[in-house]
Design a protein around this ligand. Structure first.
Ligand code: ATP
Ligand code: MG
Length: 336
């Protein structure tokens, strides 16, 4: 069934769009390449391939920082192009459901609505959905009836830890940790231990390859520039060192999960105890994070099947299911 609506999960790394006309979710890198300060050179995945490789006159950047809009003009260009592509160059009017983090200011939330309004995409109605609620809906259709649900979404620059109950948010904390910190930790460790400079893409790939390398008991092979000789070289790095480098950031996530649990009303805690913790976001499967969370809290940890697409999947469920519409709101619902 086609619906004239789009659901948008604006992530710091990936923008996920649910297209109600086609009933499909697409994901693109939330990245733009601008030439000579004014010309759009590339966007999305094409811009990403140029990242860390472009000449000085082409600036490749992410318009979102720590989950909030940092560069509104470039974000508008991206939204317009992505939506235009989704509608094959013929933008028709549609409703927009945009997900936002909970633990940001109202001004920052309003900026997401203004973004959709001002991107020239013929937005009819603009609805706001808290990301954690979309996550919850995507993971458990009975979420609106359930009391006590803990969702941890580990993304790129952020991790959002939220307690949900009866379809609403009881507590939510957005921390500045995620895939980017894991990549940086790998880069720093390799520079320190091996005098080798590697790029962010190499670090990310190594991180993603870890489970496979560990399963086959192989070390990681990375390419980079030797700091001493200045020459490109290849090095073999034990996977154990890579895991260990990321642990400091796993600790930050675990500490914050514990903090939220300590503040959770006891009755909700009982429900969470029965259900466990839901781990989602693109970085959910990183290293032994799930085991460490489980060990430190005594709770079981479950993965959402959608991982990085979980918010967009939840948005698609909300768009298609009128029964869930009471959980969305508009900017007019704000007091200011
Ligand atoms: N198999 C994998 N193992 C580990 N990390 C992964 C894997 N696949 C993707 N990632 C990481 O997931 C991150 C992107 O996840 P996601 O799309 O959820 O982030 P985002 O929504 O754009 O960011 P944020 O929510 O912080 O704004 C990247 O850091 C990427 O390296
Ligand atoms: Mg995200």
């Amino acid at each position: 069934m086609a619906v004239n609506a789009f659901g948008i999960d604006l992530g710091t790394y990936n923008i996920k769009i649910y297209n109600g006309f086609t009933d499909r979710i697409v994901s693109h890198k939330n990245m733009i390449a601008i030439q000579n300060r004014r010309n759009l050179f590339a966007y999305g995945d094409d811009a990403f391939t140029m990242y860390e490789k472009a000449p000085d006159n082409i600036k490749v950047s992410f318009p979102l920082t720590y989950g909030v809009i940092a560069d509104i003009n470039h974000m508008q260009i991206l939204i317009r192009n992505f939506i235009n592509d989704e509608m094959d160059g013929n933008i028709r009017s549609a409703d927009y459901y945009i997900s936002v983090p909970t633990d940001i200011t109202e001004v920052e939330k309003r900026a997401f609505v203004d973004l959709v309004k001002e991107s020239n995409i013929r937005a009819r109605n603009i609805y706001i959905v808290e990301k954690a609620i979309a996550d919850g809906i995507g993971m458990d259709v009975e979420m609106h009836r359930s009391q006590g649900f803990l969702v941890v979404n580990v993304g790129y620059e952020t991790t959002e830890i939220s307690i949900l109950s009866l379809g609403g948010i009881v507590l939510s904390k957005l921390i500045k940790t995620g895939g980017k910190k894991f990549d940086d930790a790998i880069i720093n460790m390799i520079r320190k231990e091996y005098n080798l400079l590697i790029g962010a893409k190499t670090a990310e790939q190594t991180k993603i390859d870890l489970p496979e390398l560990e399963a086959s008991e192989r070390d990681a092979v990375v390419y980079g520039r030797d700091i001493v000789t200045g020459l490109p070289v290849e090095r073999t790095i034990p996977t154990m060192l890579i895991e260990r480098a990321m642990h400091e950031h796993f600790e930050t996530i675990i500490d914050n999960v514990r903090l939220i649990l300590e503040r959770t009303p006891p009755e909700l805690g009982a429900d969470i105890y029965k259900k466990g913790i839901f781990l989602t976001g693109g970085s959910a499967g990183i290293g032994d994070l799930h085991q460490l969370i489980s060990k430190s809290t005594g709770l079981k940890v479950l993965f959402s099947p959608q991982k990085e697409g979980s918010v967009a999947y939840g948005l698609s469920q909300i768009i298609k299911n009128e029964r869930l519409h009471p959980i969305v709101y508009t900017m007019e619902d704000f007091s200011v």
